[in-house]
Design a binder for this molecule. Structure first.
Ligand SMILES: [Zn+2]
Length: 409
């Protein structure tokens, strides 16, 4: 029987090649649909063509390379991730999943392996949301969770729209591609696997994520003449909220995390008591009940802290992405294949959002994680070893070959 192990050097060299696109000052900046992202897309589609795949591009610019199956009636096995990055990113976030999908195809072609189901390698548009919001835009549109007109009209800081950029780069398509199931290999972007020396993360879901935009309004006044007890300092309230938020997450427990990521005092002047403070809140939790409880607790806290400091508040929830559980057949398969390859593994859920979470709404889905050295990601120091990339791609290959002959879904 054929030894199902990908070509590690070819995988690694291809990751390095795509990693040179958009590299500046030591980091990679392929913000969605910028010139570098366009160049990476062209490079990737060129490689898909070399493998004889049928290239399809949908209306939001997602790229699909389709390899025919023996039975055209069966829905394809899709694998993929994204090629866009944040500013000053590393080489692996997203690229690993896309290039590993390509490597699976290269391996099967080289060894003349046919599969019953068609296979699809996908590169989703704007997963990061660093230039256009929302993030995971391509997979949201693909799965019907975001209207394409809304996505097209999203603008960057210069007022350029997604649609204009898709057009400019030649990726405003019309094609439609089905998915029977979806697998995404990704770096963990957290410290757990590396810390424990575990080779494969068998990802069974994604934690829920709630975002709010908030504003505290007090009173601006003279920093020298206004006694402390007569102040309504919005920044002080927001600072109190920031500290209390951490306590709330700690008390909720079960790996709850909460973050105030932005805080802008107004008027932002050295000798004026801030009369306003704009802030954002982020809360995450994997368990459904605790996720709901956490959202209530956070919004109550914003109210309590406001009244403690004599402030008015406004609070708008902008994201309520409930926890996602991946398909147990798919998760079990990833675990089994990791075991068969004699790799150490553990079940875990993802702390970050991924295209896979939207794909899970339309088809059986799972993810494979490999260790991020020191848990670093979204920075030039993001590293994953060559061996870890190869391990992940081998699990992907073995799962894909199994799924491509499974007629049960
Ligand atoms: Zn990613």
């Amino acid at each position: 029987m054929l030894d199902l192990r990908i070509n590690g050097d070819r995988l690694w060299n291809t990751i390095m090649m795509i990693g040179r696109v958009g590299k500046e000052d030591g980091g990679v900046s392929r913000l969605a649909l910028n010139d570098a992202d366009g160049e990476a897309r062209d490079l990737f589609t060129g490689w898909l063509k070399e493998e004889g795949l049928d290239i399809r591009v949908d209306q939001i610019g997602n790229i699909f390379g389709v390899r025919k199956g023996i039975d055209p009636q069966l829905k394809p096995v899709m694998m993929g991730s994204h090629l866009d990055t944040v500013k000053m990113a590393g080489l692996f976030d997203g690229a690993l999943g896309v290039i590993s999908g390509l490597e699976v195809i290269r391996f099967l072609n080289q060894n003349g392996v046919e599969t019953r189901r068609p296979l699809v390698v996908a590169a989703f548009t704007n997963e990061e949301g660093a230039r256009f919001q929302p993030d995971m835009m391509g997979s949201m549109v693909y799965t019907g969770k975001l209207d394409v007109d809304e996505a097209w009209s999203a603008t960057d800081d210069d007022g350029v729209t997604v649609r204009d950029e898709l057009n400019r780069l030649g990726y405003l398509g019309k094609d439609e591609v089905e998915a029977g199931c979806y697998l995404e290999l990704h770096v963990e972007q957290g410290p757990v696997l590396h810390m424990e020396g575990t080779e494969i993360g068998v990802v069974d879901g994604v934690q829920g994520m709630a975002w709010w935009d908030g504003y505290y309004m007090g009173e601006s006044n003279h920093a020298g003449t206004t006694p402390l007890n007569l102040r309504r300092d919005a920044l002080l309230g927001a600072a109190d909220l920031c500290v209390s938020l951490r306590e709330v997450a700690k008390n909720l427990g079960r790996a709850s995390v909460a973050t105030m990521g932005r805080l802008h005092p107004q008027p932002d002047v050295r000798n004026v008591i801030p009369g306003g403070a704009y802030f954002t809140l982020d809360f995450r939790q994997y368990e459904d009940a605790l996720y709901e409880e956490g959202q209530r607790t956070v919004s109550n806290l914003v109210e309590e802290v406001a009244s403690k400091h004599g402030l008015e508040k406004s609070l708008t929830q902008t994201v309520d992405a409930k926890p996602v559980r991946f398909d147990s057949m798919m998760v079990d398969l990833v675990e089994r294949k990791a075991a068969e390859l004699q790799l150490s593994y553990k079940r875990m859920h993802s702390g970050a959002g991924h295209d896979a979470q939207f794909m899970s709404y339309i088809c059986p889905t799972a993810m494979i994680f490999v260790p991020s050295i020191d848990g670093r990601s979204h920075c030039p120091e993001e590293r994953t070893t060559k061996t870890a990339c190869i391990n992940g791609a081998n699990v992907l290959l073995n799962c894909v070959v199994k799924l491509s002959n499974d007629q049960s879904f």
